[in-house]
Design a protein around this ligand. Sequence first.
Ligand code: ZN
Ligand code: ZN
Length: 155
Amino acid sequence: MNQRTVRTAPVTPGAVPTTVLWAFRDRLHRVDGHRIWLGAADKGTTPVLYVDDVRYPARPLAWVLHHDTPPVGLVKAGCRRPLCIHGPHLTDDVTRQRERILYAALHGITLAGPCRTGRHDLAAYGYARPDATTNCRGCDNVRRRITDRSEEYAA
Ligand SMILES: [Zn+2]
Ligand SMILES: [Zn+2]
């Protein structure tokens, strides 16, 4: 077996090699206003591009090509179309939080100030639930980490 070393390259705005750009555009397929990824995908859901044994995460790459700025946090397809990597359809932590604030405002809720535990800013971590109560993603994440750990111990 020929085990190749694959390294993951950071995607830098304004510094994406031309060969990578070509390979990237080659793997796009337009469908109903989406751009569906035809290349490799981790777990079948996370688009990845391999060029010369270098691994590029395709959604952050598409984000950088569209916005010319690095994304904050995970890049997801806001349109929920599997494997869509169309620049305008992608969301990062910042755009998703902006949408949560808009959604809350539509329900008469202002996401601002500290969360219930006082550890996070609701403007950055808060979200409104359909029943018009607010929750905090910062606290959700802490809870999730604790749960993950206890599952580890149980195994
Ligand atoms: Zn899409
Ligand atoms: Zn919190």
